[in-house]
Every structure is written in C-alpha cells, then in structure tokens.
Design a protein around this ligand. Structure first.
Ligand SMILES: [Cu+2]
Length: 183
C-alpha cells in the first residue's frame, strides 16, 4: 500500500513538472485554422487556453488569401494593418511566445480582421510565480524524461531532471520526504 502511494505521488509530481515546463503547441482555430470561413470565434478559442511562456502558436491558412501580422492593442482594436510589428505569410507559421502579456495578431488582408480574423494570445502574469530563467526560455523543449523508476533514488534523479527548475525541485523533494514519512 505504501509503495502504491509513493508511486502515485511520484507520477503526479512528474506530470505536474512536465505540465509546467514543456512547451505546448496551439493551432489557432483548431481544425478550422486561420480563416474567415465559418465565423470562427478566435476570442472564444483563446479564452479556453492557458498560454505559457515557450508555447508555440501555429497559424495554418491558405497563403493566397490570408496572412498573419502582429499588431499593437490599438491596431488590433481598430483593425489597422498599416504598421505591423511582425508579419508572416508562409501559410504555416509557428510563433514561439517568449514574453508575458498580450500578443495581438490579425489577418492583414483588407476586411478580414473586421470579419473576425484576429486573435489575442495572452500569457497571464502570475505575480507569485518565479521569473523564468533565460536558459529556460532559450530551450523551451524539455528532453524526454526516462520513465520514473519507483525507489529510493527516484526523488534524486527527478530532481536532477528538473535541476534548472529549482523551485519545482524543492517542491518535489518536499513531496518525496512527505511520502516517505507516510510510508
Ligand atoms: Cu485573412
């Protein structure tokens, strides 16, 4: 029984760590993609996501008819495409989010933004969470971890796996100690 509890706790901990430090890829509009067809509600789409630093925002569209530009909040609101901050036009654009706050994107083709082809990617600022280290930003993709082997050395190896996430490592260690105490 004690072993089961310990293994479960470790699995939960590993999942929590992976959840927090692995980059997610979000395809804008899901299966519909980046389009004016079908009145995709991009506001609703982004509202259901929990964007994190390092996540990849993927725009898939027919480059003959659409494009992607990053704009300011004011330009986003007024659908002003005149001075884009960034622009993309391959039809398969992956953008990695490296800063917190709002990231406003719209289609620069006349009329499309007004028709709703605009999206606000908001990485919420958590005041309590530790600031991400530059190394974490530089390498958002976490190497595939080895399957956790339950045992006395698990906590140590897990800690080394997430060594650069000191706070998480400490949490993990505390959890392991707690579980060991209960066993
Ligand atoms: Cu368009």
């Amino acid at each position: 029984m004690a072993l089961v509890v310990r293994v479960l706790a470790l699995v939960v901990a590993v999942m929590a760590v992976l959840e927090m430090c692995s980059a997610a890829v979000y395809k804008v509009g899901d299966s519909a993609g980046w389009t004016t067809i079908g009145n995709v509600d991009y506001k609703q789409w982004s509202a259901t996501k929990n964007f994190q630093l390092g996540d990849v925002i993927k725009f898939e569209y027919n480059s003959q008819f659409h494009n992607v530009i990053r704009v300011t909040h004011a330009m986003y609101q007024s659908c002003n495409a005149s001075v884009p901050l960034d622009s993309y036009s391959t039809g398969n654009d992956s953008i990695t989010i490296t800063t917190k706050g709002h990231h406003f994107y719209m289609c620069g083709v006349p009329g499309h933004c007004k028709a709703g082809q605009k999206v606000d990617i908001n990485v919420i600022r958590h005041p309590s969470s530790a600031a991400p280290t530059p190394s974490a930003l530089a390498s958002p993709i976490v190497p595939a971890p080895h399957a956790p082997v339950p045992g006395p050395s698990s906590a140590a190896s897990l800690q080394s796996l997430v060594g650069h996430f000191a706070l998480l490592g400490l949490t993990l260690a505390a959890l392991a100690l707690l579980v060991s105490g209960l066993a």
